[in-house]
Design a protein around this ligand. Structure first.
Ligand SMILES: C[S@@+](CC[C@H](N)C(=O)[O-])C[C@H]1O[C@@H](n2cnc3c(N)ncnc32)[C@H](O)[C@@H]1O
Length: 190
C-alpha cells in the first residue's frame, strides 16, 4: 500500500489534553478581559482561550511549558496578534513592572499551589500588571469530583482570595462558570 506523503500545510491535530475552553462558559471569562490592551495567557495549554482573545483583537502573550500544546497553538495563530512562548511559570516573568493589562490563569493555580509556588507566581503577575489591571482566575471549586481533579488538590475560595490579596490583588468571590468551576476576577489597585 502506498503511504500518503505528509501534507505540508495541514495543521497538527489538536493535542488530546482537555481544555477548560471545552466546558467553561466563554462569555464571563472573555468579558472579564475585554478591552484589556495586552493579555498574558499563563499556563495556556493548547491555547483555546488565547486564540479566542486574539480573535477579538486582544494582543496575547501565551505561555506554557507544554511543547505540543504550543506547537498546536502557533499553527492556529497565523495572522492573529498572538505570541506563544515556552517558559516555566515559576521563573521570574521577564516583563517590565506595570506593562500588562490583563492575565488569564485558567486551571493553573492549583498546579502552582501543589508545587508551593502559587504565592510567588501571583506576586510576579501583580508586579507585571498595570494599576487597575485584571487577573482572571478560573479554578475548580472544592466539590468532590467527578468532574475534575481530586478534592485534595482543589483550592477553596478563601484560599484563592487570600493568595490574591497577598499579592495585592482584590476582587469578589467566584462566579460559577461550569460544574465545579469558578471565575475569580481580581484587580490591582489603580
Ligand atoms: C489543566 S491545564 C490548563 C490549560 C489551559 N489553561 C486550559 O484552561 O485549558 C494546566 C496547564 O498549566 C501548565 N503548567 C502548569 N505548571 C506550569 C509551569 N510551572 N510552567 C509552565 N506551565 C505550567 C501545564 O503545562 C498545562 O498546560
Amino acid at each position: 500500500m502506498l503511504m500518503q506523503p505528509p501534507d505540508p500545510v495541514a495543521a497538527p491535530s489538536a493535542p488530546g489534553k482537555h481544555s477548560s475552553f471545552d466546558f467553561v462558559a466563554h462569555a464571563p471569562v472573555l468579558d472579564a478581559l475585554a478591552g484589556a490592551g495586552c493579555v498574558l495567557g499563563l499556563g495556556c495549554g493548547r491555547g483555546d482561550w488565547s486564540l479566542a482573545l486574539a480573535r477579538r483583537g486582544t494582543p496575547v502573550l501565551a505561555v506554557d511549558r507544554w511543547v505540543e500544546g504550543l506547537a498546536w497553538l502557533r499553527a492556529q495563530a497565523h495572522g492573529l496578534p498572538l505570541l506563544a512562548v515556552r517558559a516555566d511559570l515559576t521563573a521570574p516573568l521577564p516583563l517590565a513592572d506595570g506593562s500588562i493589562d490583563g492575565v488569564l490563569l485558567a486551571l493553573v493555580l492549583h498546579h502552582l499551589a501543589g508545587a508551593g509556588r502559587a504565592a510567588s507566581v501571583l506576586a510576579q503577575i501583580a508586579r507585571a500588571l498595570r494599576p487597575g489591571g485584571v487577573l482572571a482566575i478560573v479554578e475548580f471549586l472544592p466539590v468532590p469530583p467527578p468532574p475534575g481533579p481530586p478534592l485534595a488538590v482543589r483550592l477553596s475560595p478563601a484560599d484563592v482570595l487570600a493568595l490574591a490579596a497577598g499579592a495585592g490583588l482584590a476582587g469578589g468571590p467566584p462566579v460559577p462558570v461550569a460544574d465545579h468551576v469558578g471565575l475569580y476576577v481580581q484587580r490591582k489597585s489603580a
